[in-house]
Design a binder for this molecule. Structure first.
Ligand SMILES: [Zn+2]
Length: 468
């Protein structure tokens, strides 16, 4: 709220009235924010986690690891810390189930955060300040320190309530997600430590929802970064030649722009969601013969290059896409070559699309959906994540993964200035995770829910774990 200016020559009575007005006008916020002592403790722990400086390019992982180990101990979880790359700890907590032979559940989150531009923040990004409306400002408040702490708080509450899961629950905190996860989740999911966990289902990050429905993600687009290089006849700037490098490259740019338009049109018309199409954007162009003050103006260069960021939807026909490179985008006949800077696999390790089923064929999905309903929430139509998360490393192994960050009525502020999460959403999210764990890890509850026992009967292990 903007401060009220003190009117010139204002009397002490009118000043008192003004102050009273201010106090009264804050009341609705203030009353809405009354937290119980227990809630205040929960919020304090969240704020404490947010204050750790785990920001790239040099995240400080050891202090936050110590803090998290302390949390695990307090709750009573088994703890393991592994460094697949020195200085980049993966923290693993385990709450053993009463039937540990059943496939377990893994709750994953990352401890690192993206950089900040301090000048654009209204509160310091590592102070975790809560404003009068209950918004907690911090880098990582949405992406994704909220989720990591909510997992632990949900477990803390379930233990206090005397709940005993049938399935074992694991909670992992991994480093370096924001720089690709190569030294974090990738090595963890490929390790023998992970195989020993017998994980049947993974929850990882999603996105905030700007309306009242929770968003859930069942797949991700795959990164293909590529460069196209054009060669051509160099020559005087005055000459009209066929097959100049820049002209050749322009053909490529036009063809790729056409493809981009065809994909974008499907989004604009509402036929497809953004994650269901393949995006491609030109991110740089380079050509010309440089001089100390600019470029030579009377020379047509012999080389030109363009770079592209493409995100391939798992629904794409990859063979047809590959064909475009040879035939339309970079045909050798026009002196064009291409090179991938990064090219992820669209399929999992078994050659199947890396997609988690979101229908009745997947008992985990059935339980998850049920849990959200029991928690009083509603789900939006499941989506494909537009960018990459650590979840892809688990999907590669054929394990069902849902991307889910329980935040409704919240602007999407990941990687943005003034990232915040409201305390009420944060507390509500803990209840949602409690319900997810109750429903997905059993035992069968008094309402006659049978979906968990179905997954526990071996149906799931036959369909999913035979692939591991
Ligand atoms: Zn994230």
């Amino acid at each position: 709220m903007a401060p009220l200016g003190r009117p010139r020559g204002c009397s002490s009575l009118s000043l008192a009235l003004l102050l009273l007005f201010e106090i009264v006008s804050f009341q609705p916020f203030a009353t809405g924010l009354l937290l119980t002592t227990k809630e205040q403790d929960v919020v304090n722990r969240f704020q404490e986690y947010l204050k750790f400086d785990t920001v790239h390019p040099s995240p400080s992982y050891y202090p936050v690891t110590e803090f998290l180990i302390g949390q695990g101990k307090q709750i009573g979880l088994d703890t393991k810390v592994v460094e697949y790359v020195q200085g980049k700890p993966v923290i693993l907590f385990t709450w053993k189930g009463t039937e540990p032979s059943l496939p377990s559940i893994l709750l994953n989150s990352h401890t690192d955060v993206v950089p900040v531009e301090h000048a654009y923040w209204k509160h310091p990004p590592f102070a975790a300040k809560m404003d009068e409306g209950g918004n907690i400002y911090a880098r990582g408040s949405q992406d994704m320190k909220c989720v990591g702490m909510q997992y632990l708080e949900a477990i803390r509450n379930l233990i206090a309530a005397g709940f005993k899961p049938q399935r074992t629950i694991h909670v992992s905190f991994v480093p370096d997600e924001e720089v690709g996860g190569g030294d974090g989740a990738k090595l963890f999911y490929e390790s023998s430590d992970f195989k020993e966990l017998n994980v049947g289902f993974v929850l990882d990050e999603g996105l905030a929802s700007e309306n009242g429905n929770y968003r859930v993600f069942y797949a991700e687009r795959t990164v293909w970064w590529f460069q196209i290089t054009a060669a051509g006849h160099p020559g005087h700037g005055s000459r009209l030649f066929d097959g100049m490098a820049l002209e050749n490259l322009r053909h490529s740019l036009n063809a790729i722009a056409e493809f981009r338009k065809s994909q974008f049109d499907k989004v604009k018309s509402g036929e497809k969601a953004e994650g269901e199409v393949t995006s491609v954007n030109n991110v740089y162009l380079t050509a010309g013969t440089p001089t100390p003050t600019g470029f030579v103006m009377n020379m047509q260069p012999s080389h030109a290059e363009a770079g592209f960021d493409m995100r391939v939807t798992p629904l794409a026909d990859v063979d047809a896409l590959e064909k475009r490179f040879h035939e339309e985008w970079a045909p050798a006949s026009r002196n064009l070559t291409y090179r991938f800077v990064q090219k992820g696999k669209v399929t999992d390790n078994f050659g199947k699309p890396a997609i988690t089923a979101v229908d009745d064929s997947n008992p985990w999905w059935v339980m998850f959906k049920e849990a959200i309903a029991k928690a009083g929430g509603t789900l939006a139509k499941p989506e494909i994540f537009m960018a990459a998360t650590d979840g892809r490393y688990a999907r590669k192994q054929g394990i069902p993964v849902l991307g889910f960050s329980p935040m409704t009525n919240t602007p999407v502020l990941l990687h943005d200035h003034n990232e915040f999460l409201n305390v009420k959403e944060y507390l509500k999210g803990i209840k949602v995770y409690e319900q997810i764990l109750r429903t997905c890890t059993g035992p069968k509850d008094e309402t006659g829910d049978t979906s968990n026992s179905k997954a526990g009967s071996g149906v799931l292990s036959e369909t999913i774990h035979t692939e591991l």
